[in-house]
Design a protein around this ligand. Structure first.
Ligand SMILES: NC(=O)c1ccc[n+]([C@@H]2O[C@H](COP(=O)([O-])OP(=O)(O)OC[C@H]3O[C@@H](n4cnc5c(N)ncnc54)[C@H](O)[C@@H]3O)[C@@H](O)[C@H]2O)c1
Length: 441
């Protein structure tokens, strides 16, 4: 049964997008938004810009665009600010990232070169392979957080943004296990003052955002807001959070193919994935500590989708391996190979080979846009904001965050259904169950 629509404030004024890490993904996103605004290109891959949503019965033929169905900020209302340890402005950074063609970037140069990254909160030990000079100095991490908050207030004043969202597009940090300092907000704040080595830079940005009531999305596999201390702060201030690690490239394909194999009860003995990529992300992931963070994130998806405990004969003992090789000549245009050893009827073996010539940041940019718009929506909707973790945005992540008692849902199609049903629920429309008996009565 349909119910009353949920209260959502209208998106009035401009929306400021705060981005720690102005590298390939961030600049491809920002330049892309500006290119779309100028009518130079289309926002392909973005659900908020191109997606539709079916409402009611199939016979009703109601399928509005998502952007007409739910009050989202418009592209023309977005303004941007970011931090990076390199001083390159948006134009130079986009050129170095090598994702978008120079001919497009030159048309956007006036806009992009106005984007100057603010000095970063950076600690070498978390990203060993990068060295930059645009870095904040302070006597402790508490002071660094204060500086980030000052940056945010300054940007809000300059830009006149009425609302803000922060999305981490910085490098993958070294692997970090949750420890005592992450368990409570009080311990975390003591850790900030005492310069705890367990508090990573990404956590400092997130802390600053949540303190100021700004929603936070984590595009990398870092621990960041996946700790009770920051989740408590988010709940206390009623701020939506989500993460982690944008679902692009090889993992996107995995979460498309694996649910299909499982649906048909096709067995899987092994899945070997290897990649070559040559961008800065690849360089960072060349460090084993950063790779470990990424590996954990990439490996978990298959296990959750295939449920070997429910289907031991098909999936127990599956050999799953993921490799990333830094190979500079490819730049951002990575190549991913997958070999799947599968088996069917009576156990007869078969193989699938995938060679995906993909552009990582081209796949990531529309996710950044959707996440920014949906997190802003969540912030304007008290019923969503007070939930803290926005599990309905799992669709966008390799390691979706969810309530502690749950296991994450990785199947792309279930994730999409969850997202669309959330939107239907918000607008007081009936949820779609696909039962469909009524058509035959
Ligand atoms: N491109 C994809 O498809 C994809 C998919 C999933 C996750 N990611 C993640 O998104 C992030 C960005 O990817 P990218 O390809 O843009 O990488 P990138 O190396 O081009 O950009 C990251 C930027 O972050 C900066 N940085 C690092 N630490 C920082 C800090 N503490 N503060 C501010 N800036 C900092 C770096 O200097 C760099 O400019 C990476 O963590 C990557 O693993 C990317």
């Amino acid at each position: 049964m349909a119910h009353q629509a949920v209260k959502i404030a209208e998106p009035r004024g401009t929306l400021g997008v705060l981005i720690p890490g102005m590298g390939a993904v961030a600049t491809t996103f920002i330049a892309g938004v500006e290119a779309v605004r100028r009518g130079l290109a289309s926002p392909i891959g973005s659900l908020t810009q191109m997606g539709t949503i079916r409402l009611g019965k199939r016979t009703e033929r109601r399928s509005p665009a998502i952007r007409d169905f739910i009050p989202l900020a418009e592209l023309r209302d977005l303004v941007f600010a970011g931090w990076d340890l390199f001083e390159d402005d948006g134009y130079q950074a986009a050129l170095k990232a090598g994702v978008l063609e120079r001919s497009l970037l030159d048309q956007l140069k006036d806009f992009l070169s106005g984007l100057r990254p603010m000095p970063a909160v950076f600690e070498q030990r978390f990203v060993k392979n990068l060295r930059g000079r645009n870095v904040k100095k302070a006597k402790n991490k508490r002071e660094l957080a204060e500086q980030v908050m000052d940056d945010i207030r300054g940007f809000q004043k300059r830009s006149g943004a009425s609302r803000l969202v922060m999305i981490w597009c910085g490098s993958t940090e070294a692997f970090l296990k949750p420890s005592a300092v992450h368990q409570t907000l009080a311990a975390f704040e003591r850790g900030l003052r005492s310069n705890s080595p367990e508090i990573a830079p990404s956590m400092i940005y997130a802390y600053a955002a949540l303190r100021l009531g700004i929603p936070f999305a984590n595009g990398a596999p870092n621990l960041t807001v996946d700790i009770p201390a920051l989740q408590t702060l988010g709940l206390k201030n009623r701020v939506p959070i989500c993460g982690k690690d944008f679902k692009t490239g090889q993992t996107l394909l995995k979460t498309i193919i694996a649910p299909g194999l499982k649906a048909r009860l096709i067995g899987l003995r092994g899945w070997f994935s290897t990649n070559i990529l040559g961008n800065r992300d690849g360089e960072v992931l060349d460090d084993p500590e950063s790779f470990r963070t990424k590996e954990e994130s990439k490996l978990s998806a298959l296990e959750y989708i295939l449920q070997p405990d429910l289907y031991p004969e098909l999936y127990r003992g599956l050999y799953h391996k993921v490799r990333i090789n830094y190979y500079p000549p490819r730049g951002d245009n990575k190549e991913g190979w997958d070999n799947l050893d599968i088996f069917g009827w009576l156990g007869y073996p078969m193989q699938i080979k995938i060679d995906f010539l993909c552009r990582d940041s081209i796949l990531a940019a529309p996710l950044v846009l959707d996440l920014v718009l949906f997190l802003d929506l969540a912030q304007r909707c008290p019923e969503l904001a007070r939930k803290g973790i926005q599990e309905w945005l799992s669709f966008y992540f390799k390691s979706p965050m969810c309530a502690p008692a749950l296991y994450p849902e990785h199947d792309l199609f279930i994730q999409l259904m969850k997202l669309k049903n959330t939107l239907r629920h918000l607008r007081g429309e009936e949820l779609i169950t696909h039962l469909g008996w009524e058509y035959y009565d």
